[in-house]
Write a new protein. Structure first.
Length: 294
């Protein structure tokens, strides 16, 4: 890798920043938060380039948090450097891309050389005063993303981790233990990966949210379809009634003309009208009268 060989940090593209790009939930509710800064302390978990790491404690009962990815990767996806959730909607990348009907999965290379070149190109554009090509802010949110978005900070996400000694039944610190004394969650939500969250692929949290949105949207679609079918059945019944009435009127007019023409030779005009009878009964009665007079 180039950043393993070059000594000039600026020429190598190593990131040095003064403040992190994080969401309000990760920052915490403490207005007097103290934050430490370490230049080139860790490598980004996406592009593997050294970057400036910030570490702080969001609240009294919260655990210490630190930035996990560099600001270049953060800006490319418009996500928080800590939780990797969207900065505007507070949703996973997979949920945001699916709801907005956009695709950012293939926009960032995954190989080492291409990924590093891609990041350095965006850094060069930033230093030149050019904005990123992403257009997340220009997208109009739809009903799905407005229903799923988190409008208020969720500080419960900053709680301490579960005590591993408590799970084994060996914790002796009791109430003084800084970790939570409860059983951990099991299932798909316990198998989360930072790269899957960033690229928006096979994210269990996103799949759960999309499943809820799909169920609610399916229910609303079924209700809408049932309403449309009911309106259609009413319309069909109305059209059938109009058609039946129109056919009956035409049949009556036709039978009137037949009776009038049949009695015209005797100088006597007789108009047959069977009001209140259905069409087969009218036809049978008319045949009987014609046969008798013939």
């Amino acid at each position: 890798m180039a950043h393993r060989i070059l000594r000039d940090h600026e020429a190598d593209g190593w990131e040095r920043s003064d403040f992190p790009i994080i969401c309000e939930s990760c920052l915490g509710d403490n207005p007097y938060v103290r934050m430490t800064k370490a230049n080139y302390d860790k490598e980004c978990k996406i592009c593997t380039r050294p970057f400036t790491v910030f570490r702080w404690r969001p609240g009294r009962d919260a655990r210490y948090k630190k930035t996990e990815i560099c600001q270049t990767c953060c800006k490319l996806k418009n996500v928080c450097q800590v939780c990797l959730l969207d900065l505007e909607y507070g949703l996973p990348v997979q949920v945001r891309d699916t709801a907005l009907n956009i695709s950012t999965h293939d926009s960032i290379p995954k190989s080492d050389v291409n990924r590093e070149y891609f990041a350095e190109e965006h850094d060069r554009k930033t230093r030149a005063g050019l904005d990123y090509e992403s257009s997340f802010g220009k997208m109009r949110p739809n009903d799905t993303i407005l229903k799923l978005q988190r409008t208020t900070p969720y500080y419960k996400r900053n709680r301490a981790h579960v005590c591993s000694f408590f799970i084994r039944g060996e914790c002796t610190r009791g109430a003084e233990c800084p970790y939570r004394h409860e059983m951990p969650e099991t299932g798909e939500l316990s198998q989360q990966n930072i790269k899957d969250r960033y690229y928006g692929v096979n994210d269990p949290v996103a799949m759960k949210l999309l499943g809820k949105a799909g169920a609610s949207s399916l229910s609303s679609e079924n209700d809408k379809l049932e309403k449309e079918n009911h309106e259609l059945r009413q319309e069909v019944a109305r059209l059938r009634a109009q058609l039946k009435y129109r056919s009956l009127r035409l049949a009556q007019e036709y039978m009137k003309r037949i009776a009038k023409n049949w009695n015209h030779g005797s100088g006597k005009e007789e108009i047959l009208c069977f009001k209140g009878l259905d069409l087969p009964t009218q036809y049978t009665s008319l045949r009987a009268v014609l046969t008798e007079k013939h």
